[in-house]
Design a protein around this ligand. Structure first.
Ligand code: GLU
Length: 297
């Protein structure tokens, strides 16, 4: 058993994570489908009425992140983000078969929402001011923190973001962790390699092409769980990453609806069930739903 602890920085999450010894989980276990409302009623002209009427929804998510969004051998994306999307769709009367999941890598999330290629993004998507200028966020529904993944045994003695200068670190373009490493810890193209998805970073670390991978602890812990003999987490989160549900700008009604749905999902147990069936296989503390930030931004 391996304990991963968030620092006081990520207090609100209060996530004491314990990795289970079930390494190699491919994320393909069956998850019970969340309930689907049979006859939901919405005000005419609302975004919810439009979606309910269409009877389908397109959701941007990650396809290569175990625990949150992973398209495994089943061909169906699985993870906590996927389950959150199903809970929201269910309240709109949309069953999981009528959800189209589209891979939205980190750099694609705002463009996909701005172009309305997706109706919402549930993809380890940190709420921040810069993004909030071009999209809107419901939530948060989870809080992570940025951490560092290293090779098993930590051969380079990396113990925090300050020790990354002069070493080779991999992260993903368009992500908050990449920006934090550049703006707050002075990493440049000499020490920071940016790619489009985290599995490329993971593979580069496994091959010894980089010394570290940095992004949210819960993403990295999925890679450790899948290969506990190859990787370990430094385990000292140094940012707060509140995950929101991204929607196009100007849909305040939909934002309020999502926040109400999240609160209801805690009441009816579907939030806990979704977590336990996915990320909860590795992170043993069910998170408390953070207070909503409000939709009148
Ligand atoms: N939560 C961070 C972000 O939104 C990192 C994870 C990701 O790239 O999806 O940028």
């Amino acid at each position: 058993m391996r304990s991963l602890r968030l620092s006081s920085l990520a207090l609100t999450a209060a996530l004491a994570m314990t990795m289970t010894a079930c390494g190699g989980d491919d994320g393909d276990d069956e998850v019970a489908a969340p309930p689907v409302d049979t006859a939901p009623e919405f005000a005419a002209g609302s975004r919810m009425a439009e979606l309910a009427e269409a009877g389908k929804i397109t959701v941007g998510t990650k396809f290569d992140q175990p625990l949150f969004g992973l398209k495994g051998l089943s061909g169906e994306p699985e993870g906590f983000d996927v389950e959150i999307a199903k809970i929201i769709a269910g309240k709109l009367g949309i069953a999981e078969d009528d959800i189209t999941f589209v891979e939205s890598v980190s750099a694609n999330r705002e463009p996909f929402l701005e172009q309305k290629r997706v109706d919402m993004v549930v993809a380890t998507y940190t709420i921040n001011d810069k993004r909030d200028m071009v999209v809107d966020f419901a939530g948060p529904y989870f809080q992570a923190g940025q951490d560092i993944l290293v090779a098993k045994g930590n051969p380079k003695g990396i113990d925090g973001p300050e020790s990354l200068k002069g070493k080779k670190t991999c992260s993903v373009a368009g992500s908050t962790p990449a920006e934090t490493l550049q703006t707050e810890y002075g990493l440049t193209t000499a020490d920071l390699q940016l790619v489009d998805v985290y599995t490329k970073c993971r593979d580069a670390l496994a091959n010894g092409q980089v010394d570290a991978v940095s992004t949210d602890n819960v993403i990295l812990s999925g890679y450790v769980d899948a290969a506990p003999d190859d990787f370990e987490l430094v385990g000292k989160p140094f940012t707060e990453e509140p995950y929101g549900i991204g929607i196009p700008e100007g849909q305040e009604d939909f934002c309020d609806f999502i926040n109400e749905t999240l609160a209801e999902s805690v009441q009816d147990g579907s939030f806990e069930e979704a977590f336990k069936a996915t990320a909860g296989k590795v992170i043993d503390t069910v998170p408390t739903l953070p207070a909503p930030r409000g939709c009148d931004k």
